[in-house]
Design a binder for this molecule. Sequence first.
Ligand code: NI
Length: 207
Amino acid sequence: MRARLAQTSLRTVHKCFPVLPRVAAASFQYPVLVVPMARLNILRYPDPRLHTVAKPVPAVDERIRRLVDDLLETMYAAEGVGLAATQVDVHERVIVMDTSETRDHPIALINPELTWASEEMRVAEEGCLSVPQIYDKVERHASVKVQALDRQGERFEMHAEGLAAVCVQHEMDHLRGKVFVEYLSALKRDRIRTKLLKKARDGQRDD
Ligand code: NI
């Protein structure tokens, strides 16, 4: 998800994010291998792969930890507040988010499940890294509780309100193949589709 962030926080993103080098199992015979994180390519609406339903993660292993790190790297580089694996064409139930103003609270949710949602609904303006430069209002639960596994494979529960509640619902939608523009009218959605297809055809920069 993309939020209209205060400009002041954007330039400090990379400094704030704790970069954790991946160190392979070291032995006396081999030098320590540090694998750099990678920025992944973000699928753009109306790419049909965005409508793929993600599968549960079978085990939180090194492959999944690497995916989490790459998603975070990609999300911060794109100045997003949330990113789902679906958006980088990996169809497993992994999302990352950071809705802190300081951009230094990365959260990974693996196999997230909604366990509670408030009756109270709230309308907020949303954007999405897969739908560049489009913002529109979507109604969602004002607060939710989500259970998930963290980067270490430990189960935890998150009680999200405000922007975090919007973000986690938006990202969990991605995992079931739903993009936020599907909440908008067919007319608006068609306009967005046409605009983004034209932009892709023209090869314009979108940010
Ligand atoms: Ni999104």
